[in-house]
Design a protein around this ligand. Structure first.
Ligand code: G6P
Length: 367
């Protein structure tokens, strides 16, 4: 591939390609195939303490926040513990109620993001328990937490986060599995998810191999001044992360929306000049999602659909991107990968330096 003016591979590209190995490292030594669970010794919590968790609140910024949203869904699905994610940059300013039965999770690649760090300190000051999902060993956030899980993604230096996001997702899956298996999650479901996690590295590889086609799609998308990224439930944080990547490095306006909220406003903006990238996994919501795509098509909106082989798009005219199937709870990870490549190639098409996007820093460490 042509990687831009210098001809050298941008770091973002190298980091994207490292994802299978990064995910393997996140998983290494943490899965228990026999009992269908995960062991995260770094949390410093025994089964009794894990069982006492009544709620989970995840805090992070930017892509880490979107990964946190994916994580909250995993925790609700697998452990049936109420969970949500919030931007740490909001949380720290709103005098949040700190609850002793809530497990707070701070998620950060660098471990140095000041908004996340100050949220952690505030929670601890008020007696809450915080664990970290952090990539950089010994970083400020890792040190400020009561315990945690290191991602082991390897060093990430491109501003646009890729392997950190995918390993955050895997970290949350491990946490959800461990929380689930000390509660109601069956051994059969636990084993099903362990097997699914072990399939991910090869499936990421397979998805990355679709680069050429994705580059073509990106070229077309890059011509649009403005576009939507939409998804529902599992697909929504994927859409947010996809829009974020595209904005960060291509400078095109990309707005993420919940699929079902489209009709409550943004549908007014759909036209042949405004494409939509839709995230439509083959899950219990696929039919509903396809219904919403018809609304977009009826207004002449061009469609790119990230989906699974076998999802029937009927009469719709769309560029379709099929990702490999895994367990439905783990779908967000593989759905995210093509959107990274699309953002990357959109930026290259427009001649931007993907590793040095204007106005952005890799980690925001000062207020
Ligand atoms: C900055 C970067 C984002 C990143 C966010 C959180 O805003 O531009 O790409 O997602 O910080 O960084 P962290 O190191 O805490 O994951």
């Amino acid at each position: 591939y042509e990687h831009g003016a210098t001809g050298a591979e941008p770091r973002m590209y190298t980091e994207m390609l490292e994802q299978p190995a990064s995910v393997e490292r996140t998983l290494r030594g943490r899965l228990d195939e026999r009992f269908g669970t995960a062991h995260l010794g770094g949390l410093g919590m025994d089964a009794r303490e894990l069982r006492a968790v009544q709620r989970v609140k995840i805090l992070g910024c930017g892509s880490a926040y979107y990964a946190g949203q994916m994580g909250a869904q995993l925790i609700e699905e697998l452990a049936r513990v109420p969970a949500d994610a919030e931007a740490a940059s909001e949380f720290r300013y709103r005098d949040a109620v700190i609850d002793p039965d809530t497990l707070y999770v701070a998620v950060s690649q660098s471990g140095e993001t000041v908004d996340t760090l100050l949220a952690v300190e505030e929670i601890r000051r008020k007696g809450g328990r915080v664990v970290g999902l952090v990539n950089v060993v010994g970083s400020a956030i890792a040190r400020a937490c009561d315990g945690g899980i290191y991602l082991h993604a390897g060093p990430e230096t491109a501003v646009a986060s890729t392997k950190a996001v995918t390993t955050m997702f895997v970290g949350f899956a491990l946490l959800a599995l461990q929380l689930g298996r000390v509660r109601d999650l069956s051994v059969a479901d636990g084993k099903r998810l362990v097997a699914g996690l072990l399939r991910l590295p090869a499936q990421i590889e397979e998805t990355l191999a679709g680069e050429e086609r994705l580059a073509g799609i990106a070229k077309t998308l890059a011509q649009a001044e403005s576009m939507f990224f939409v998804g529902r439930v599992r697909g929504y944080p994927v859409a947010r992360e996809g829009a974020q990547k595209l904005k960060e490095i291509s400078y095109r306006h990309a707005e993420a929306y919940q699929m079902s909220e489209l009709k409550h406003g943004p549908l007014a903006l759909i036209s042949p000049a405004v494409p939509t990238v839709a995230v439509v996994p083959d899950d219990e919501l696929a039919d509903r999602n396809i219904g919403a795509l018809h609304e977009i098509a009826a207004r002449g909106g061009p469609l790119v659909v990230v989906t699974h082989d076998g999802v029937d798009l009927g009469e719709l005219t769309a560029e379709r991107i099929d990702v490999p199937r895994n367990e439905k709870e783990l779908d967000p990870l593989l759905l995210t990968i093509p959107l990274q490549l699309v953002a990357y190639h959109a930026a290259l098409t427009l001649g931007h330096d993907v590793d040095r996007p204007r106005n952005l820093a890799k980690s925001v460490t000062v207020e």
